[in-house]
Design a protein around this ligand. Structure first.
Ligand SMILES: C[S@@+](CC[C@H](N)C(=O)[O-])C[C@H]1O[C@@H](n2cnc3c(N)ncnc32)[C@H](O)[C@@H]1O
Length: 225
């Protein structure tokens, strides 16, 4: 059993944390994402969609949402991240050990996941990933294949203002969006909704994130078969 001091020392050995994770005993990682569960709470995940269910956390980075799903009673949680550049998975593995977690991690592009190998998921968390994809519609098609019949996808993404009703998507050249050259797109909310329909899914919720008005949360489920 680690003392709080030992825990903090291990946490501090990770050079960069994206997520602020609560390790108990007053020990936190000081991530770029603020402490607490504000964003998690805004995902509006009905608890029945986690308890005893299979969860896939895409672009999991340090794994905060994966660990919260596990703590909320998920049966299995698969955390997937390409782990390139700044998004090292070091934090994930350190956090997993301290939390004594069973979350499984794959260093993989989710577009390569095959339902025949990893199965289908009851809850897919797709936070902060859409705008990194060269082909966002293709990304939604891949999500549909990985979603169980009654499953739910929670999408968090940059979005254009709600006043823009047309299904537009803005392209960001090089590092024009947040100085990150892997950020390509900001869709209007209706663009997200219509891409989902094209992919055989349907949006059941759209809301603006509090604090970050340029970002939204969507829920999506299978559309009519
Ligand atoms: C902006 S961060 C979001 C991290 C976390 N989901 C959150 O919302 O706090 C985007 C993450 O998605 C990962 N990522 C981007 N494209 C991916 C892909 N095709 N497959 C898996 N992970 C991907 C990146 O490596 C990065 O860790």
């Amino acid at each position: 059993m680690l003392t709080p001091k030992e825990k903090q020392k291990i946490v501090d050995s990770v050079p960069y944390w994206w997520h602020s994770i609560d390790f108990g005993d007053g020990v936190f990682s000081e991530g770029r994402q603020r402490r607490g569960t504000v964003l998690w709470d805004q995902f509006d995940i009905p608890i029945r969609n986690i308890k005893n269910k299979r969860v896939l956390d895409i672009g999991a980075w340090d794994g905060k949402f994966s660990f919260l799903c596990e703590q909320a009673g998920a049966e299995t949680v698969l955390a997937v991240d390409v782990c390139q550049g700044g998004s090292s998975s070091n934090g994930f593995h350190v956090a997993k050990k301290i939390l004594n977690s069973k979350v499984f991690h794959m260093d993989e592009d989710f577009l390569n996941l095959k339902p025949s190998e990893v199965g289908k998921f009851d809850l897919i968390i797709f936070a902060g990933v859409l705008y990194h994809l060269e082909n966002p519609l293709g990304g939604f098609r891949a999500l549909k294949e990985l979603l169980s019949n009654t499953g739910l996808i929670v999408i968090e993404t940059t979005t254009l203002p709600d006043e823009i009703k047309e299904p537009y998507i803005k392209f960001h050249l090089k590092d024009a969006l947040n100085k990150d050259p892997t950020n390509f797109w900001t869709p209007s909310p209706s663009c997200v909704e219509q891409m989902l329909i094209e992919a055989g899914l349907v949006s059941t919720l759209h809301k603006r994130r509090t604090h970050y008005k340029g970002r939204s949360i969507f829920h999506a489920v299978h559309g009519e078969q």
